[in-house]
Design a protein around this ligand. Structure first.
Ligand code: IPE
Ligand code: MG
Length: 232
């Protein structure tokens, strides 16, 4: 979700008002995704690099996040959304950590959609923490490193229960991944739009998904193989 600051600057407003406007786009995106039957939606809300922003902006983002959690959870819970948080949560205040845990526990059995919020998240951090956990587990169970394969390793990643993302959408015109789900996105389709996040709405999401439907996902195979596979 990129472009909040520029959206505000274009309107001669403080960057924070762009973040506030961005919350509305989050709402729209969740509702529309649910309507379209999307089962897994992951939002990159705050990266591990975002801490280096001016202190005022960081605390405002924390406040907005805390407020949104309080305000939006009842409706999400009612609509069968399961909330999940990924990232190094230990850097957040105790209050915020407790709230995230509570929300995750409350919505744990919901099965309409899994909404994952990535906060203080970084793809490299994720790979490293998975490696550490795996090494520890192999050690504890006396398992040889010969047993390590992609499947085993990915069990220790943050999104271990989720399928790999089909589509990555990045708003705001930048064409980079910025340390998002690096391992998990190996074969994801990438969609970049210059639309700034606060302007992203239901129609924008529909367009991204329309573009996704035009893609041919080959996973390394030839077009002929893909076609034959589809027919059987
Ligand atoms: C994304 O918008 C929101 C967060 C990273 C929290 P930006 O704040 O990065 O907006 P720009 O890139 O400055 O326009
Ligand atoms: Mg940005």
């Amino acid at each position: 979700m990129d472009g909040n600051g520029r959206w505000a600057t274009q309107r001669n407003k403080y960057r924070t008002s762009g973040h506030k406007a961005g919350v509305e786009s989050v709402r729209k995106t969740i509702r529309q995704s649910s309507k379209l039957g999307i089962k897994w939606l992951t939002l990159f809300a705050f990266s591990s690099e975002n801490w280096s922003r001016p202190q005022k902006e960081v605390s405002m983002l924390m406040e907005l996040f805390t407020r949104a959690l309080k305000k939006e959870v009842p409706e999400l819970h009612e609509n069968g959304v399961r909330l999940n948080f990924i990232g190094d949560l230990s850097r957040f205040s105790d209050g915020l950590q407790k709230r995230m845990n509570k929300v995750a526990a409350l919505t744990h059995n919901n099965d309409k959609m899994v909404l994952t919020i990535a906060v203080n998240y970084g793809g490299r951090w994720d790979i490293l923490q998975a490696a550490k956990k795996m090494v520890q587990a192999l050690d504890d169970d006396n398992v040889s490193s010969k047993e390590i394969n992609e499947d085993l390793f990915s069990r220790y990643l943050s999104m271990n229960e989720a399928p790999n993302p089909d589509l990555l959408i990045r708003t705001g015109g930048e064409m980079r991944i910025s340390n998002f789900l690096l391992w998990q996105m190996a074969y994801s389709e990438l969609y970049f739009t210059s639309t700034l996040w606060p302007d992203f709405d239901e129609e924008s999401l529909n367009q991204a998904i329309e573009s996704y439907h035009q893609r041919e996902r080959r996973f390394g195979k030839t077009p002929k193989q893909v076609k034959e596979n589809k027919q059987c």
